[in-house]
Design a protein around this ligand. Structure first.
Ligand code: PNS
Length: 180
């Protein structure tokens, strides 16, 4: 029998995380209720034009979870199942916000199972309050001057403001648009 640490369960939570949102955080929290460690794995995808570089995305996730040693972050390229096997994870976590997510996720899960039947995909549902939150919409809302402070962790909001905020608006537009 191995040491206790050898038996720790590890789940990979893959994605683009461009940027990480509070919806992702909700899924990580749920994952930590089931698994000992959750590893956020950012896909290096040369075909996509991300707003945040891989290094920025890794840095923002690292900062967000600096106080939680059970959450790790890494980037990967190639097949997800190969990456999961390489790091010793038997589980892939994916979040499903609505039925519209399901078809694509189901397809991916079955393809991943075909590629490596020993790795299981676990779907988790975020709180309803995050069911409409996506990285794409967060970027769009921010770029059009809307508030995103309740949608992303503080590190992401700060980075958005520093890198892409309007220099004429030192409060980063917070005064402009308020949620009802
Ligand atoms: O956050 P996203 O963009 O929905 O994440 C998609 C991701 C990274 C999970 C998916 O594109 C992926 O796993 N890519 C790795 C390539 C791969 O393994 N493809 C075959 C499985 S369908």
């Amino acid at each position: 029998m191995g040491k206790p640490s050898d038996r720790q369960s590890l789940a990979v939570f893959p994605g683009s995380f461009d940027p990480i949102t509070n919806g992702h955080l909700d899924i990580v929290e749920r994952g930590l209720n089931i698994f000992d460690r959750v590893l956020l794995a950012i896909l290096v995808n040369p075909e996509k034009k991300p707003l945040f570089s891989i290094d920025e995305r890794v840095g923002l996730i690292r900062e967000t979870y600096s106080a939680n040693p059970r959450v790790e972050v890494d980037s990967f390229s190639g097949l997800l199942v190969d990456y999961a096997e390489k790091v010793g994870a038997r589980v892939i976590i994916r979040g499903i916000r609505a039925i519209s997510d399901f078809e694509y996720e189901f397809q991916m899960a079955l393809m991943n199972r075909r590629l490596n039947p020993s790795i299981e995909t676990v779907f988790m549902m975020p709180a309803e309050s995050y069911s409409y939150v996506s990285s794409r919409l967060v970027k769009e809302v921010f770029q059009l001057g809307g508030r995103v402070s309740d949608l992303v962790p503080p590190a992401v909001e700060r980075h958005l403001c520093e890198e892409y905020g309007d220099p004429g608006e030192p409060d980063c537009g917070r005064a402009r648009r308020r949620e009802p």
